[in-house]
Write a protein that binds this ligand. Structure first.
Ligand code: NAD
Length: 243
């Protein structure tokens, strides 16, 4: 029971990697708070986990401050923050509407800052952990994923700032860089224009990862087993970036 009596807030917890993380942490004793834009999804996962469901758009700063405040009111503090909500978006620079760029940056990057800014006062001095879901797209640059690549690169470097700035307050901050994971987010990936038909064959392990495999890495980074790990960008991609 790695998370006995630990309070864990997970954004994008209604689906995919976030839902798997909520389930795993709850199984190991955490009191989970599931935040998602999709109310029914948050409710369903929170019910399964015996946790609290909150509906919010993470791109809305006031909404983020409200769900962090609600968590602190419910539990008195916060031990684990998993900034995981995210959207993908295809579009090379000339074809990418500025509004689309702004929306991707708002959800995939700005929201991480809003949540950390609101949560850190409730996490200080508690041996707490922030885990941000970045992507290997933030390390390299996937073809046509212009805004997404930029946002995830921002998350990786912002996580390093968090780690450095808050290490002495007992807060560790790391990010997970998944490769291709089979979730609703990637369900339509094969139809993205401009990508080679067999693009996922470039994964040495020859398959996509599962949300549960990502949840295991997030749980490790959030747990005391990672007590000397901070500022890391942990790649879990079936060997894709090693090839
Ligand atoms: P998913 O679509 O299954 O889950 C994402 C969840 O985030 C959904 O429940 C969605 O409703 C929620 N969400 C989206 N926008 C939101 C908003 N504005 N406010 C609140 N909630 C919002 O996708 P997933 O694959 O589990 O993605 C989780 C994270 O992992 C994302 O940050 C994604 O960029 C990242 N990631 C995924 C992959 C992959 O291959 N699936 C690879 C690398 C990184």
């Amino acid at each position: 029971m790695r998370f006995e009596n630990r309070v864990a807030l997970i954004t994008g917890g209604g689906s995919g990697i976030g839902a798997a993380t909520a389930r795993l942490m709850a199984r190991e004793g955490a009191k989970v708070v599931v935040v998602d834009l999709v109310s029914d999804a948050a409710q369903a996962i929170a019910e399964e986990c015996g946790g609290l469901a909150l509906t919010a758009d993470v791109a809305d700063r006031a909404a983020v401050e409200a769900f962090v405040a609600r968590t602190a009111e419910e539990h008195g503090h916060l031990d684990i923050l998993v900034n995981n909500a995210g959207i993908g978006c295809f579009g090379r620079t000339p074809d990418l509407e500025p509004e689309t760029w702004e929306r991707v940056i708002a959800i995939d990057l700005n929201a991480v800052f809003y949540a950390c800014r609101a949560a850190i006062p409730h996490m200080t001095g508690r041996n707490s952990a922030i885990v941000n879901t970045a992507s290997i797209s933030g390390l390299g640059g996937d073809y046509g994923f212009t805004a997404y690549n930029a946002a995830k690169a921002g998350v990786i470097n912002y996580t390093r700032s968090l780690a450095v700035d808050h290490a002495r307050e007992g807060i560790r901050a790391n990010c997970l860089c998944p490769g291709l994971i089979a979730t609703p987010l990637t369900a339509g990936a094969k139809t993205i224009p401009g990508l080679e038909p067999g693009w996922h064959d470039t994964i040495p392990m020859g398959r996509a990862g599962t949300p549960e495999e990502m949840a295991e890495v997030i749980a490790f980074l959030a747990s005391d087993a990672a007590s000397y790990v901070t500022g890391a960008a942990f790649v879990a991609d079936g060997g894709q970036t090693a090839w």
